[in-house]
Design a protein around this ligand. Structure first.
Ligand code: KE4
Length: 427
């Protein structure tokens, strides 16, 4: 795969941008080598600066559920831009986006729009601490909630890739206010709450984690967390920045029927533009400024371009059966991968729900962070590069998730499986 121009740009990027990137995972440290530079995208495919056309299963790490440059999104954002990019004054589109979010995630009765998933989780935790007047936060090992100081404790995603269990720069006292527990382990949750419950403001987790690879909740796990948090008066926060509008239109809480106290969203609700959101019952949310004492603000929160992109995306997603159709296509791909891996005698463990999925190079099961870390990351790197050379782009780390868009269809699945048939022979 010709990467002449990418290599040239990579040298320039490293001269000015830290690590050549504006977000660590893009640097391909998890798979070695150097990243390609993208020039454009359309539907399920991207074209890099050397003219290579590539099927994209990363989709900007989840937001592009309609694929690249969807006409409805392009038109909506262009139209909004012609009327002004930002006002810092209320606009109707913010109401309409909140309306659509609440329609699908009714537990988010009151919403606050922000500019990223990190802002959403950081603010939700501040709100939970303000509402409960408690300091401790519980997080799940391997879950990633953005680069929030108090949550960079055994975080997943980039930090797992870099093997840094906690990030330097997080003050000791912050880390002391954060307790961690393994995913899919109710006994550990119970024990932790029995010891600290009276001081715990909230438990935040990805109900379907996608930042240690993707792992599904064991039956009864989410229900158990709901009961335990309620028993101790701690808020349950579902970080659905990734799973929202992916594992189901209403996210994991709709798929598994477990209702959290607060929910955080991002990615899909911005359709590729910067949007995050958090929400919950008015009784909790009205503690936020200007209604209440918990402060949070943002110059560009709910801006016209991002809300236009989000509205166009959710409107298209609401079309009958779109999410189910993507789940069915994911199943075809997963079945194909399973057959190919068996023929090659290579152990893999797959998980998927809705339009997100993961393939661990691990003979399974993968139920938590410790299991995920046993994956064969060297083999994953060989898989990644073999597929990329054949025009198929998966996440540049074993500890991420891959995504479908409504634009991925039979041609993409066929090309992907044909490439995988070749690549698995080399693993
Ligand atoms: P952002 O601040 O990156 O918009 O969202 C942070 C975040 C919060 N919660 C969950 C569940 C998330 O997955 C994320 C961000 N996800 C990573 C991908 N694993 C973003 C990619 C990156 O860091 O560049």
């Amino acid at each position: 795969m010709n990467q002449t121009n990418s290599k040239q740009l990579w040298a320039e990027a490293n001269n000015l941008l830290v690590g050549g990137v504006n977000s660590p995972v893009r640097a391909f440290k998890g798979v070695g080598g150097t990243p390609f530079f993208v020039k454009s995208g359309s539907g399920a495919r991207i074209t890099d600066v050397d003219g290579n056309e590539i099927i994209d299963y990363v989709l900007s790490w989840g937001p592009l559920v309609l694929g690249h440059a969807h006409p409805a999104v392009v038109e909506a954002v262009s139209d909004a831009l012609r009327r002004g990019a930002s006002f810092g004054i209320p606009t109707e589109a913010e109401i309409r986006l909140a309306e659509r979010i609440v329609r699908h995630v009714p537990s988010m009765r009151k919403v606050r729009l922000v500019n990223s998933g990190t802002e959403a989780t950081m603010s939700a935790i501040r709100l939970a601490r303000g509402y409960t007047s408690r300091d401790l936060v519980v997080k799940v090992e391997g879950c990633y909630h953005g680069h929030v100081d108090s949550l960079l404790v055994k975080a997943g995603s980039g930090l797992t890739t870099f093997g840094v269990p906690t990030s330097p720069g997080v003050p000791g006292p912050y880390a002391k206010c954060t307790l961690t527990m393994p995913y899919n382990d109710l006994d550990a949750a119970r024990a932790l709450f029995q010891e600290h419950g009276a001081r715990i403001a909230c438990l935040i987790l990805e109900p379907v984690p996608g930042n240690m690879g993707m792992i599904l909740p064991q039956p009864g796990y989410l229900e158990g967390l709901r009961d335990i948090t309620r028993e101790y008066g701690a808020l349950l926060i579902f970080d659905e920045v990734m799973s929202g509008f992916r594992v189901a239109l209403g996210g994991a809480q709709a798929r598994y029927g477990v209702v959290p106290d607060l929910t955080t969203l991002g990615k899909v609700i911005g359709g590729g533009l910067p949007v995050g959101a958090y929400g919950g019952p008015a009784e909790i949310m009205n503690n936020l400024s200007p209604e209440g004492p918990v402060y949070q603000a943002g110059t560009l929160s709910g801006n016209p371009l991002a809300t236009a992109a989000g509205l166009a995306t959710l409107a298209a997603l609401e079309a009958e059966g779109v999410v189910d159709a993507m789940e069915k296509k994911m199943a075809v791909l997963a079945e194909g991968f399973g057959d190919i891996a068996r023929e090659a005698g290579i152990p893999i463990f797959q998980s998927r729900a809705g339009s997100m999925a993961c393939m661990f190079f691990h003979d399974g099961p993968v139920r938590n962070y410790a299991d995920a870390l046993q994956s064969d990351t060297k083999r994953y790197a060989k898989f990644f590069w073999g597929m990329l050379e054949r025009g198929v782009y998966f996440a540049p780390s074993q500890f991420e998730t891959f995504f479908f868009s409504t634009a991925h269809g039979a041609p993409e699945i066929d090309q992907t499986l044909e490439a995988a048939r070749d690549v698995f022979k080399t693993l």
